[in-house]
Design a protein around this ligand. Structure first.
Ligand code: ATP
Ligand code: MG
Ligand code: MG
Length: 330
Protein backbone atom coordinates (compact mmCIF):
# COMPACT_ATOMS: atom_id res chain seq x y z
CA UNK A 1 0.00 0.00 0.00
CA UNK A 2 1.51 3.31 -1.08
CA UNK A 3 -1.38 5.61 -0.15
CA UNK A 4 0.96 7.35 2.32
CA UNK A 5 2.70 8.93 -0.68
CA UNK A 6 -0.47 10.56 -2.01
CA UNK A 7 -1.69 13.93 -0.80
CA UNK A 8 -4.74 13.44 1.38
CA UNK A 9 -7.43 15.40 -0.46
CA UNK A 10 -10.19 16.87 1.71
CA UNK A 11 -13.10 18.64 -0.06
CA UNK A 12 -13.29 22.40 0.69
CA UNK A 13 -9.87 22.35 2.36
CA UNK A 14 -7.25 24.91 1.25
CA UNK A 15 -3.95 24.43 -0.51
CA UNK A 16 -1.88 27.44 0.45
CA UNK A 17 -3.67 30.78 0.47
CA UNK A 18 -4.71 30.60 -3.14
CA UNK A 19 -6.62 27.37 -3.79
CA UNK A 20 -9.79 25.92 -2.31
CA UNK A 21 -10.45 22.26 -3.08
CA UNK A 22 -13.84 21.70 -4.75
CA UNK A 23 -16.79 19.76 -3.31
CA UNK A 24 -16.26 16.71 -5.50
CA UNK A 25 -12.64 17.25 -6.41
CA UNK A 26 -11.21 14.10 -8.00
CA UNK A 27 -10.62 14.49 -11.76
CA UNK A 28 -8.08 11.74 -12.21
CA UNK A 29 -5.79 9.38 -10.41
CA UNK A 30 -2.69 7.56 -11.56
CA UNK A 31 0.59 6.16 -10.33
CA UNK A 32 2.04 9.70 -10.29
CA UNK A 33 -0.56 11.12 -7.88
CA UNK A 34 -3.92 12.85 -8.30
CA UNK A 35 -5.53 15.59 -10.37
CA UNK A 36 -8.19 17.58 -8.54
CA UNK A 37 -10.53 20.46 -9.19
CA UNK A 38 -9.89 23.56 -7.08
CA UNK A 39 -10.96 27.19 -7.01
CA UNK A 40 -8.19 29.70 -7.66
CA UNK A 41 -9.14 32.59 -5.37
CA UNK A 42 -6.59 34.91 -6.94
CA UNK A 43 -7.79 34.54 -10.53
CA UNK A 44 -11.37 33.73 -9.47
CA UNK A 45 -11.74 30.61 -11.57
CA UNK A 46 -11.63 26.84 -11.23
CA UNK A 47 -8.39 25.09 -12.14
CA UNK A 48 -7.01 21.56 -12.21
CA UNK A 49 -4.23 20.81 -9.70
CA UNK A 50 -1.90 17.91 -10.29
CA UNK A 51 -0.62 16.72 -6.90
CA UNK A 52 2.44 14.56 -7.39
CA UNK A 53 3.49 11.76 -5.02
CA UNK A 54 5.97 12.90 -2.40
CA UNK A 55 8.83 10.65 -3.52
CA UNK A 56 12.14 11.60 -5.07
CA UNK A 57 11.73 9.90 -8.47
CA UNK A 58 8.25 11.33 -9.00
CA UNK A 59 9.43 14.80 -8.02
CA UNK A 60 12.33 14.55 -10.46
CA UNK A 61 10.03 13.40 -13.25
CA UNK A 62 7.59 16.23 -12.54
CA UNK A 63 10.42 18.77 -12.96
CA UNK A 64 11.03 17.42 -16.47
CA UNK A 65 7.27 17.54 -17.15
CA UNK A 66 7.25 21.21 -16.08
CA UNK A 67 10.28 22.05 -18.19
CA UNK A 68 8.58 20.65 -21.30
CA UNK A 69 5.21 22.23 -20.42
CA UNK A 70 6.84 25.65 -20.19
CA UNK A 71 8.64 25.27 -23.53
CA UNK A 72 5.33 24.29 -25.14
CA UNK A 73 3.51 27.18 -23.47
CA UNK A 74 6.02 29.60 -24.98
CA UNK A 75 5.18 28.30 -28.48
CA UNK A 76 1.45 27.78 -28.07
CA UNK A 77 0.59 31.33 -27.06
CA UNK A 78 -2.75 31.56 -28.83
CA UNK A 79 -3.75 27.92 -28.35
CA UNK A 80 -3.51 26.82 -32.00
CA UNK A 81 -1.56 23.71 -31.03
CA UNK A 82 -4.14 22.42 -28.56
CA UNK A 83 -1.78 21.73 -25.70
CA UNK A 84 -2.97 22.06 -22.11
CA UNK A 85 -1.81 25.31 -20.47
CA UNK A 86 0.21 25.09 -17.28
CA UNK A 87 -0.34 28.07 -14.97
CA UNK A 88 2.00 27.79 -11.99
CA UNK A 89 3.74 25.26 -9.78
CA UNK A 90 4.93 25.12 -6.19
CA UNK A 91 5.83 22.71 -3.42
CA UNK A 92 3.16 22.09 -0.78
CA UNK A 93 3.75 19.74 2.16
CA UNK A 94 6.44 17.91 0.19
CA UNK A 95 4.23 17.47 -2.89
CA UNK A 96 4.89 19.11 -6.23
CA UNK A 97 1.69 20.91 -7.25
CA UNK A 98 1.07 22.06 -10.81
CA UNK A 99 -1.95 24.15 -11.75
CA UNK A 100 -3.55 23.85 -15.18
CA UNK A 101 -6.49 25.34 -16.99
CA UNK A 102 -9.52 23.21 -16.10
CA UNK A 103 -10.59 20.96 -18.96
CA UNK A 104 -13.54 18.59 -19.36
CA UNK A 105 -13.74 14.81 -19.57
CA UNK A 106 -11.22 12.70 -21.48
CA UNK A 107 -11.91 10.69 -24.64
CA UNK A 108 -11.92 7.36 -22.81
CA UNK A 109 -14.72 8.67 -20.57
CA UNK A 110 -16.51 9.96 -23.68
CA UNK A 111 -16.31 6.54 -25.39
CA UNK A 112 -17.55 4.91 -22.22
CA UNK A 113 -20.50 7.31 -21.97
CA UNK A 114 -21.26 6.29 -25.55
CA UNK A 115 -21.22 2.61 -24.46
CA UNK A 116 -18.11 1.92 -26.57
CA UNK A 117 -20.10 2.15 -29.79
CA UNK A 118 -17.65 4.24 -31.74
CA UNK A 119 -18.04 7.71 -33.17
CA UNK A 120 -19.14 9.01 -36.57
CA UNK A 121 -16.38 10.14 -38.94
CA UNK A 122 -16.76 13.92 -38.46
CA UNK A 123 -15.97 13.56 -34.76
CA UNK A 124 -13.01 11.27 -35.44
CA UNK A 125 -11.74 13.78 -38.00
CA UNK A 126 -12.15 16.70 -35.57
CA UNK A 127 -9.97 14.92 -33.01
CA UNK A 128 -7.44 14.04 -35.70
CA UNK A 129 -7.20 17.66 -36.82
CA UNK A 130 -6.75 18.98 -33.29
CA UNK A 131 -4.16 16.49 -32.10
CA UNK A 132 -2.17 16.55 -35.36
CA UNK A 133 -1.65 20.25 -34.61
CA UNK A 134 -0.23 19.24 -31.22
CA UNK A 135 2.01 16.64 -32.85
CA UNK A 136 3.16 19.23 -35.38
CA UNK A 137 4.52 21.46 -32.62
CA UNK A 138 6.08 18.52 -30.78
CA UNK A 139 7.70 17.34 -34.01
CA UNK A 140 9.22 20.75 -34.69
CA UNK A 141 10.63 20.93 -31.16
CA UNK A 142 11.84 17.30 -31.26
CA UNK A 143 9.75 16.52 -28.18
CA UNK A 144 8.16 13.09 -27.88
CA UNK A 145 4.96 12.92 -25.82
CA UNK A 146 5.29 9.16 -25.21
CA UNK A 147 1.76 8.62 -23.88
CA UNK A 148 -0.81 9.58 -26.50
CA UNK A 149 -4.04 7.71 -25.61
CA UNK A 150 -7.72 8.54 -25.10
CA UNK A 151 -7.22 9.27 -21.37
CA UNK A 152 -4.75 12.01 -22.25
CA UNK A 153 -6.97 13.84 -24.74
CA UNK A 154 -9.48 16.11 -23.01
CA UNK A 155 -12.39 18.26 -24.09
CA UNK A 156 -12.20 21.98 -23.49
CA UNK A 157 -15.96 21.99 -23.95
CA UNK A 158 -17.59 18.62 -23.23
CA UNK A 159 -18.96 17.05 -26.39
CA UNK A 160 -17.19 19.44 -28.77
CA UNK A 161 -14.72 17.16 -30.52
CA UNK A 162 -12.99 20.04 -32.30
CA UNK A 163 -12.06 21.55 -28.93
CA UNK A 164 -9.87 18.72 -27.60
CA UNK A 165 -6.43 19.24 -26.07
CA UNK A 166 -3.43 17.04 -25.37
CA UNK A 167 -2.44 16.64 -21.69
CA UNK A 168 -0.02 14.65 -19.53
CA UNK A 169 3.59 15.37 -20.42
CA UNK A 170 4.66 13.23 -17.48
CA UNK A 171 6.44 10.69 -19.71
CA UNK A 172 7.66 13.13 -22.35
CA UNK A 173 11.25 13.65 -23.40
CA UNK A 174 13.44 15.27 -26.02
CA UNK A 175 14.26 12.90 -28.86
CA UNK A 176 18.00 13.06 -28.12
CA UNK A 177 17.65 12.34 -24.41
CA UNK A 178 15.59 9.19 -24.12
CA UNK A 179 15.56 7.98 -20.56
CA UNK A 180 13.10 5.12 -20.57
CA UNK A 181 12.75 1.85 -22.38
CA UNK A 182 9.22 1.13 -21.14
CA UNK A 183 7.07 3.94 -22.44
CA UNK A 184 3.58 4.31 -23.91
CA UNK A 185 0.53 2.42 -22.69
CA UNK A 186 0.56 -1.05 -24.20
CA UNK A 187 -2.37 -0.77 -26.62
CA UNK A 188 -0.82 2.39 -28.10
CA UNK A 189 2.81 1.22 -28.06
CA UNK A 190 4.70 1.52 -31.34
CA UNK A 191 6.52 -1.50 -32.83
CA UNK A 192 9.93 0.22 -32.53
CA UNK A 193 9.32 0.72 -28.79
CA UNK A 194 8.25 -2.90 -28.31
CA UNK A 195 11.42 -4.01 -30.10
CA UNK A 196 13.70 -1.70 -28.12
CA UNK A 197 14.87 0.61 -30.91
CA UNK A 198 15.65 4.28 -30.48
CA UNK A 199 12.44 6.22 -30.86
CA UNK A 200 11.29 9.64 -31.94
CA UNK A 201 8.17 11.70 -32.65
CA UNK A 202 6.91 8.93 -34.98
CA UNK A 203 5.83 6.89 -31.94
CA UNK A 204 3.22 9.56 -31.16
CA UNK A 205 1.93 9.29 -34.74
CA UNK A 206 1.53 5.54 -34.19
CA UNK A 207 -0.37 6.08 -30.94
CA UNK A 208 -2.63 8.67 -32.54
CA UNK A 209 -3.41 6.16 -35.30
CA UNK A 210 -4.44 3.65 -32.61
CA UNK A 211 -6.58 6.32 -30.92
CA UNK A 212 -8.39 7.29 -34.14
CA UNK A 213 -9.06 3.64 -34.96
CA UNK A 214 -10.45 3.19 -31.46
CA UNK A 215 -12.67 6.26 -31.72
CA UNK A 216 -14.18 4.88 -34.93
CA UNK A 217 -14.54 1.33 -33.60
CA UNK A 218 -15.40 2.11 -29.98
CA UNK A 219 -12.80 -0.20 -28.44
CA UNK A 220 -8.99 -0.40 -28.83
CA UNK A 221 -7.81 -1.83 -32.15
CA UNK A 222 -4.74 -3.73 -30.86
CA UNK A 223 -5.31 -5.31 -27.46
CA UNK A 224 -2.26 -7.36 -26.58
CA UNK A 225 -2.32 -9.15 -23.24
CA UNK A 226 1.40 -8.54 -22.82
CA UNK A 227 4.15 -7.01 -24.90
CA UNK A 228 4.71 -10.12 -27.08
CA UNK A 229 1.01 -10.45 -27.70
CA UNK A 230 0.80 -6.73 -28.49
CA UNK A 231 3.26 -7.24 -31.36
CA UNK A 232 1.33 -10.33 -32.42
CA UNK A 233 -1.91 -8.31 -32.48
CA UNK A 234 -0.24 -5.62 -34.60
CA UNK A 235 1.20 -8.19 -37.02
CA UNK A 236 -2.09 -10.05 -37.23
CA UNK A 237 -3.61 -6.89 -38.70
CA UNK A 238 -0.70 -5.32 -40.54
CA UNK A 239 1.50 -8.23 -41.56
CA UNK A 240 5.00 -9.06 -40.29
CA UNK A 241 7.33 -6.23 -39.23
CA UNK A 242 9.95 -5.49 -41.92
CA UNK A 243 13.00 -7.77 -41.81
CA UNK A 244 15.35 -5.00 -40.64
CA UNK A 245 13.19 -4.64 -37.53
CA UNK A 246 12.41 -8.33 -37.07
CA UNK A 247 16.12 -9.05 -36.48
CA UNK A 248 15.56 -7.58 -33.00
CA UNK A 249 12.97 -10.19 -32.08
CA UNK A 250 14.86 -12.42 -29.66
CA UNK A 251 12.27 -15.10 -29.25
CA UNK A 252 8.67 -15.55 -30.24
CA UNK A 253 6.47 -17.37 -27.77
CA UNK A 254 3.71 -19.44 -29.40
CA UNK A 255 0.74 -17.36 -30.56
CA UNK A 256 -2.21 -17.20 -28.22
CA UNK A 257 -5.02 -19.50 -29.28
CA UNK A 258 -7.34 -16.86 -30.71
CA UNK A 259 -4.54 -14.95 -32.40
CA UNK A 260 -3.98 -15.57 -36.12
CA UNK A 261 -0.67 -15.43 -37.98
CA UNK A 262 0.66 -12.12 -39.42
CA UNK A 263 -1.72 -10.59 -41.95
CA UNK A 264 -4.60 -12.94 -41.18
CA UNK A 265 -6.92 -10.24 -39.83
CA UNK A 266 -6.41 -7.17 -42.04
CA UNK A 267 -6.93 -3.72 -40.56
CA UNK A 268 -9.79 -3.12 -43.01
CA UNK A 269 -11.82 -5.87 -41.39
CA UNK A 270 -11.43 -4.61 -37.82
CA UNK A 271 -12.22 -1.01 -38.67
CA UNK A 272 -15.28 1.00 -39.36
CA UNK A 273 -15.26 4.20 -41.36
CA UNK A 274 -14.83 5.26 -44.96
CA UNK A 275 -12.02 4.08 -47.26
CA UNK A 276 -10.23 7.44 -47.17
CA UNK A 277 -10.06 7.18 -43.37
CA UNK A 278 -8.70 3.65 -43.63
CA UNK A 279 -6.01 4.97 -45.95
CA UNK A 280 -5.04 7.63 -43.38
CA UNK A 281 -4.83 4.99 -40.66
CA UNK A 282 -2.70 2.72 -42.80
CA UNK A 283 -0.20 5.57 -43.15
CA UNK A 284 -0.17 6.37 -39.44
CA UNK A 285 0.28 2.69 -38.67
CA UNK A 286 3.25 2.05 -40.95
CA UNK A 287 5.30 -0.57 -39.14
CA UNK A 288 8.61 1.17 -39.87
CA UNK A 289 8.80 4.61 -38.19
CA UNK A 290 10.76 6.15 -41.09
CA UNK A 291 7.83 5.46 -43.45
CA UNK A 292 5.19 7.08 -41.23
CA UNK A 293 4.22 10.58 -42.41
CA UNK A 294 5.12 13.64 -40.37
CA UNK A 295 2.20 15.56 -38.84
CA UNK A 296 2.65 18.27 -41.50
CA UNK A 297 2.53 15.72 -44.34
CA UNK A 298 -0.51 13.96 -42.95
CA UNK A 299 -2.52 17.17 -42.55
CA UNK A 300 -2.35 17.57 -46.34
CA UNK A 301 -4.16 14.27 -46.88
CA UNK A 302 -7.47 14.61 -48.72
CA UNK A 303 -9.35 13.13 -45.75
CA UNK A 304 -8.89 16.47 -43.99
CA UNK A 305 -10.29 18.52 -46.84
CA UNK A 306 -13.56 16.59 -46.74
CA UNK A 307 -15.84 18.53 -44.49
CA UNK A 308 -19.32 17.29 -43.64
CA UNK A 309 -19.59 15.28 -46.83
CA UNK A 310 -22.39 13.07 -48.04
CA UNK A 311 -20.17 10.17 -47.05
CA UNK A 312 -20.21 11.30 -43.42
CA UNK A 313 -23.95 11.73 -43.31
CA UNK A 314 -24.42 8.28 -44.78
CA UNK A 315 -21.92 6.88 -42.28
CA UNK A 316 -23.62 8.62 -39.37
CA UNK A 317 -27.02 7.27 -40.30
CA UNK A 318 -25.63 3.76 -40.70
CA UNK A 319 -24.15 3.76 -37.22
CA UNK A 320 -25.46 0.66 -35.57
CA UNK A 321 -26.65 0.73 -32.02
CA UNK A 322 -25.01 -2.60 -31.27
CA UNK A 323 -22.84 -1.97 -28.27
CA UNK A 324 -19.46 -3.57 -27.86
CA UNK A 325 -18.71 -5.32 -24.64
CA UNK A 326 -16.61 -3.55 -22.06
CA UNK A 327 -12.96 -4.44 -21.77
CA UNK A 328 -10.18 -4.10 -19.27
CA UNK A 329 -7.36 -1.67 -19.79
CA UNK A 330 -3.78 -1.67 -18.68
P1 ATP B 1 -1.04 8.50 -16.63
O1 ATP B 1 -1.35 7.63 -15.45
O2 ATP B 1 -1.82 8.20 -17.85
O3 ATP B 1 0.43 8.66 -16.86
P2 ATP B 1 -1.14 10.79 -15.12
O4 ATP B 1 -1.58 9.99 -13.97
O5 ATP B 1 0.30 11.05 -15.25
O6 ATP B 1 -1.60 9.97 -16.31
P3 ATP B 1 -2.64 13.05 -16.16
O7 ATP B 1 -2.86 12.25 -17.37
O8 ATP B 1 -1.98 14.37 -16.34
O9 ATP B 1 -1.85 12.23 -15.08
O10 ATP B 1 -4.04 13.26 -15.44
C1 ATP B 1 -4.83 12.14 -15.09
C2 ATP B 1 -6.28 12.40 -15.47
O11 ATP B 1 -6.76 13.58 -14.80
C3 ATP B 1 -6.50 12.68 -16.95
O12 ATP B 1 -6.67 11.47 -17.68
C4 ATP B 1 -7.76 13.54 -16.94
O13 ATP B 1 -8.91 12.75 -16.93
C5 ATP B 1 -7.62 14.32 -15.63
N1 ATP B 1 -7.03 15.64 -15.90
C6 ATP B 1 -5.73 15.91 -16.12
N2 ATP B 1 -5.51 17.21 -16.39
C7 ATP B 1 -6.72 17.81 -16.35
C8 ATP B 1 -7.19 19.16 -16.57
N3 ATP B 1 -6.36 20.14 -16.88
N4 ATP B 1 -8.52 19.39 -16.47
C9 ATP B 1 -9.38 18.38 -16.15
N5 ATP B 1 -9.00 17.11 -15.96
C10 ATP B 1 -7.70 16.81 -16.04
MG1 MG C 1 -2.44 10.44 -18.15
MG1 MG D 1 1.37 10.38 -17.05
Amino acid sequence: DDSEHFYKVIPNDHIGYRYEIADRPLLGQGTFGQVIKAYDMKERQFVALKLVRNEKDYLKQSREELRILHVLKKYDIDGTFNIVTVKEFFMFRNHMVMSFELLGVNLYQALKLNLFRGLPMPKVRAVARAILKSLELLFKLRIVHCDVKPENILFRKNGDYSSVKLVDFGSSCYEQSQIYRYIQSRYYRAPEVILGFRYGPAIDMWSLGCVLGELAKGTPIFTGEDEFDQLAAIEEALGPVPSNMASRIKHRPPLRKDRGPPGSKPLKTILTGDDVFKDVLKMMLELHPDVRPTPMELQDHQWFSISLSALDRKQASQMTASSNTSYTRK
